[in-house]
Design a protein around this ligand. Structure first.
Ligand code: AOF
Ligand code: ZN
Length: 362
């Protein structure tokens, strides 16, 4: 087998950690000796052993003289776990093949340098694009300290996210909705505006087996979330954070008693300051957010520059009338003032389409 083929196995292993490693990366490692895979491992859970150490621990024969294929540059610092470069050097591994370089300032090429300086042959950049894509969220978070934000919405072919009576269940079919739940498993948090809470009373949990729930965030400037909203009454199954500008402790109390967390933020143009919210979330280890806002919150988020990717599900239906659209707010005057997005990646979920575009910063 070739380097690329072994790296593909390491990539598949890395994906098994999806949803459980945040805010750390998904990493997989394969150890090969005399053309045979003798050990495999992946990073299973945040704070636990790294992929390299798991692969070494799983070796069925001595790794001395073997090659290690790892999707991310091995770390050379002591964090919650000791440096993986130490484990590699102690094991007698002779060659290390790497997918992505680690942009973590504590690593940043120093892992590769250290291995080389100790006489290990290092090959980097094997399946680099795939390895980088797997950890897009980690790369953003470790470099910016704020979460990677995707704005997600489902609309009809005439651009409506609800009918004229405000109903929106359901626009897309089951296959597309399953993909939405996979994202809820993977992303650390999900965020809606209080308008959506009042209109739809959403639960915002992940309904897949062996999954985890994202932190549920409500942008609620004046603290208008009803105390009987599902997001308030179900804090036993998933955490809820109310982001508000209301400083009245008496108003906070019933939400706190119901198990919600409250984050008080400054106001900007009549709403909570979303940039401050992102900084506060980053400090709480939240590396990624799905924004399931209504049109107003989506507009504010775009204007504040916090959106990294737009996910548009399109169902082959037409609603007509005055139903809501995904991005509302004040809008722009002239097409040259538009928010620009990258060429969309397209995928199909039965009859529905998903378009994914990165927001281009000018
Ligand atoms: C992981 N899993 O498999 C690899 C990581 O605090 P620590 O000790 O867990 O170190 C976290 C850093 O280690 C992380 O930011 C990344 O730079 C590096 N590699 N991390 O969680 C792994 N290989
Ligand atoms: Zn490590």
């Amino acid at each position: 087998m070739t380097d690329t083929e072994y790296m593909r196995i390491a990539l598949q292993l890395a994906k098994k950690g999806c949803g459980f490693t945040s805010p750390n990366p998904m990493v997989g490692a394969v150890i090969v000796k005399d053309g045979e895979i003798i050990g495999q491992g992946y990073h299973q859970k945040y704070g636990e052993l790294h992929a390299e150490r798991n692969a070494l621990a799983n070796c069925k024969t001595s790794p001395a003289g073997a090659a290690m294929y790892v999707t991310l540059e091995p770390c050379c610092h002591s964090g919650m776990t000791p440096p993986c470069t130490d484990a590699i050097l102690e094991s007698g591994i002779r060659r290390v093949v790497i997918g992505s370089c680690d942009p973590n300032p504590l690593v940043g090429g120093k892992g590769i340098e250290l291995l080389r300086s100790c006489g290990i042959e290092v090959t980097k950049g094997v399946l680099k694009d795939e390895c980088d894509a797997l950890n897009q969220i980690f790369f953003h978070y470790i470099q910016n300290g704020t979460p990677y934000v995707i704005m997600k919405y489902a609309m009809t072919l005439d651009g409506k996210i609800a009918t004229r009576t405000g109903k929106s269940q359901w626009i897309t079919g089951e296959a597309a909705r399953r993909r939405v739940h996979e994202d809820r498993h993977r992303y650390s948090a999900i965020m809606a505006g209080v308008g959506t809470v009042l209109a739809d009373d959403p639960l915002l949990t992940c309904r897949l087996e062996n999954s985890r729930n994202p932190l549920r965030i409500v942008c609620d400037t004046h603290l208008k979330t009803p105390l009987n909203a599902k997001l308030v009454t179900t804090t036993g199954i998933a955490a809820t954070l109310l982001a508000t500008a209301n400083t009245d402790q008496e108003k906070h109390r019933p939400y706190l008693e119901a198990g919600c967390d409250i984050l008080v933020l400054p106001q900007k143009e009549g709403h909570i300051d979303l940039n401050c919210l992102m900084t506060a979330l980053g400090e709480r280890n939240i590396d990624s957010v799905i924004l399931e806002g209504g049109g107003m919150l989506n507009w504010s988020a775009l204007q504040c520059g916090i959106v990294n990717k737009v996910q548009t599900y399109i169902a082959p239906k037409l609603f007509g009338g005055c139903g809501k659209t995904p991005v509302m707010g004040f809008g722009i005057d002239s097409p040259d003032q538009a928010f620009h997005l990258s060429k969309p990646a397209i995928s199909w979920f039965e009859e529905d389409i998903l378009l994914e575009s990165e927001v281009i910063r000018c």
